[in-house]
Design a protein around this ligand. Structure first.
Ligand SMILES: Cc1ncc(COP(=O)(O)O)c(C=O)c1O
Length: 412
């Protein structure tokens, strides 16, 4: 059986590239092989379909298109206008939103545009604190957010690991933020969007849902949607949603013009039309029954993997997961998350280390979006948990077993 599909091999090492630039063709093929022979458990990653990659590599990438469909600063935009209209219509239908902006280059640019639309420098924003799972854009001093806004952080309960809504209420009442952000890089449970809405209404704040991680689960009906509750929903298109790397913003009709202006011309220039076309293809895929089944399988797989890790002796934050991601504590193996990540990488298990709330040492964060796209199910998740423990004990047989497992499930 080929390690990567013929189509992937063709794309990764396409004849024209190989003839003209064999050095780079080898790099592309090497990465395709790396992805196909190890286990991709980075919670923010996935495998795009050949159709998404075809759109990404298309002639639309040649086109300059500042502005929005029907109102561009360049000529010759009739066809790319059609691509963007299709992407917008599909995003609105998929998530039941009144307005969609599909131009943001990344999740970070989506959050930047949301802040630009709703806030002024110096405004107070309440978001999950970074030690508890907040993203860099939720107030890191190393990021524009922490530099330009006054962030106040809420946390999670020490005992349960769940968001402490009492604390969110209290901090909102004390600091009267202009916006409240819900969303995280590592929270394995669903935020209570209704509670966040109530708190925001109580203090007259905007509610921004940064749903970069769960948005694919939302599309597949495997997670509650923030769309009915948040003023603005920011997301990435490349995680469980399985599209190209990029961002997405949804909002009501009342904020549509402000959001669009905040993206272009305030924070971005020309839209990347090849990426927008690829987003449209991904939204089309995400609206199929097959994707609904996929999203539910992603969660079932994450639950099984979390249970397996518990059995193998890992700590599992919040005791399990309702999503695609699992936050685990390897300290029972005598190491922290950084060392664990290295040992696992040595066995071909690729994931991130991550802050563990209320802990001194780091943990590991993993997700099941990519392995589920490969077709792996509960049986394979139970096996992966065993491979984790072997890798932690530096058992050399782990690398061979990981490769064998990965090669049985070629990525698309
Ligand atoms: C909650 C959250 N917000 C924003 C982002 C930023 O996305 P990007 O890396 O595309 O800028 C991420 C990425 O992981 C995220 O998890």
């Amino acid at each position: 059986m080929p390690v990567i599909s013929a189509e992937s091999a063709q794309l990764a090492g396409s004849d024209a590239l190989r003839r003209q630039d064999p050095e780079m063709a080898d790099v592309l093929l090497g990465e395709a092989e790396r992805q196909a022979t190890s286990l991709q458990l980075i919670a923010a990653e996935n495998f795009t379909s050949p159709a998404v990659r075809a759109a990404l590599g298309s002639h639309l990438g040649n086109k300059y298109a500042e502005g929005y469909p029907g109102a561009r600063h360049h000529g010759g935009c009739e066809i790319v206008d059609a691509a963007e209209r299709i992407a917008v219509d599909r995003a609105k239908a998929l998530f039941g939103a009144a307005h969609a902006n599909v131009q943001t280059h990344s999740g970070t640019s989506a959050v930047l545009a949301a802040y630009a639309a709703l806030l002024k420098p110096g405004d107070t924003v309440l978001a999950m604190g970074l030690p508890y799972g907040g993203h860099l854009t939720h107030g890191s001093p190393a990021n524009f957010s922490g530099r330009w806004f006054d962030f106040v952080g809420y946390g999670v309960e020490r005992d349960t690991g769940l968001i402490d809504y009492g604390e969110v209420w209290d901090l909102a009442a004390e600091h009267r933020p202009k916006a409240i952000v819900c969303g995280s890089i590592a929270y394995p449970r669903h935020p209570d969007y209704r509670a966040f809405r109530e708190i925001a209404d109580d203090v007259g704040a905007y509610l921004i849902a940064d749903a970069a991680h769960p948005m694919g689960l939302v599309a597949g009906g495997a997670a509650p949607s923030p769309v009915p509750y948040a003023d603005v929903v920011c997301a990435t298109t490349h995680k469980v949603l399985r599209g190209p790397r990029g961002g997405l913003i949804l909002c009501g009709a009342d904020l549509a013009a402000r959001i669009d202006r905040a993206v272009f011309p305030f924070t971005q220039g020309g839209a990347q039309m090849h990426t927008i076309a690829a987003k449209a293809v991904a939204f089309g895929e995400a609206s199929t029954p097959a994707f609904t089944a996929y999203a539910h399988q992603v969660v079932a797989n994450a639950r099984t993997l979390a249970e397996g890790l518990l059995t193998e002796g890992f700590g599992v934050f919040t005791g399990g997961t309702d999503t695609h991601l699992v936050l685990a504590d390897p300290s029972s193996f005598g190491v922290d998350g950084r060392t664990a990540r290295g040992r696992l990488a040595g066995a071909g298990i690729v994931l991130d280390s991550c802050a563990l709330p209320h802990a001194d040492a780091r943990g590991i964060r993993l997700g099941t979006a990519a392995v589920t796209t490969q077709g792996m199910r509960e049986t394979e998740m139970a096996r992966i948990a065993v491979l984790f423990a072997m890798a932690m004990r530096e058992d050399p047989r782990a690398r061979v077993a990981v490769r064998e497992l990965a090669e049985r499930f070629p990525p698309p």
